[in-house]
Design a protein around this ligand. Structure first.
Ligand code: IPE
Ligand code: IPE
Ligand code: MG
Length: 246
């Protein structure tokens, strides 16, 4: 591939080098608000706008799958008010289906929905149905998502199949497990980006990230722009992915 440009933020790499699937841990909303003397919820608000801008940009440059971490299974530990604000924002975002329909983005929600309000669950089903015909970009919105919960859920489903369908546990393979992941049928993320300066996975896509490339950036999510994404993409194309080979 051609040499890296001097300014890696100006444009994305050529389409044929782009990752098929990008995961983003949208982190730093609270710190962004705090730095401005604002309540944390303003950071979440700005963060949700950035999410839409980045989704639009991904579609424009030809990324096929984008998974964004919006609320983890551990985020229930936060003050009730903050959790309520995030849930309200999600509800509002899902109810406002015009946005992603207009953009022709397929929306899927991944995570354990059973703990969410009936209204939110309904809005999720509606949003998925309303956008299922779009094929260019699929956005997975991870809500009450945890990689460990996802694997436990898959293990339970397989155990149930062994009992109910008299399957032999010794015959279970990777495909059996992957069929029960929330991302079944999708390619693994090639690239996982975490802004905000933290360098950890925080329970995001534990199975799917086995061979992902990681890019950690100091920018806080509400300040994240397509230019930051371009930088991460150039970093990604410069990596040598070996998958255990030579
Ligand atoms: C990410 O931003 C959004 C959620 C986890 C819901 P944070 O709220 O974690 O922001 P910081 O890490 O406290 O700055
Ligand atoms: C990860 O961020 C979850 C989301 C971005 C939704 P956290 O802010 O919850 O992660 P930790 O607590 O710093 O590991
Ligand atoms: Mg955080």
């Amino acid at each position: 591939m051609e040499a890296m440009p001097k300014d890696r933020s100006a444009a994305p790499p050529p389409a044929e080098y782009l990752p098929q699937h990008i995961g983003i841990i949208m982190d730093g909303n609270g710190r962004w608000a705090k730095a401005r003397g604002l309540a944390r919820e303003y950071g979440h608000r700005r963060g949700s706008e950035v999410f839409m801008d980045i989704a639009r940009y991904c579609k424009r440059i030809g990324v096929r799958y984008l998974t964004v971490y919006a609320f983890s299974t551990e985020n229930w530990k936060r003050p009730a008010h903050e959790v309520a604000v995030i849930m309200q924002m999600l509800q509002h975002y899902l109810d406002d289906s015009e946005q992603y329909i207009k953009e022709e983005i397929r929306l899927r929600i991944i995570g354990d929905r059973t703990r969410l309000s009936a209204g939110l669950q309904k809005a999720m089903e509606k949003a998925e149905k309303a956008s299922e015909q779009f094929t260019e970009l699929t956005v997975n919105l991870a809500v009450n998502y945890g990689g460990r919960e996802e694997l436990l859920h898959a293990a339970r489903c397989m155990a149930q199949e062994c009992v109910e369908e008299a399957k032999d546990a010794a015959q279970l393979d990777f495909d059996d497990l992957e069929r029960h992941l929330y991302t079944a049928g999708q390619p693994d993320p090639d690239l996982i980006i975490r802004p905000s300066g933290e360098k950890r996975l925080s329970n995001f896509m534990m199975w799917q990230s086995a061979y992902s490339e990681f890019v950690f950036m100091d920018v806080l999510w509400p300040d994240f722009t397509p230019q930051h994404l371009n930088e991460a993409l150039w970093e990604y194309v410069g990596r040598d992915r070996r998958f255990g080979g030579i």
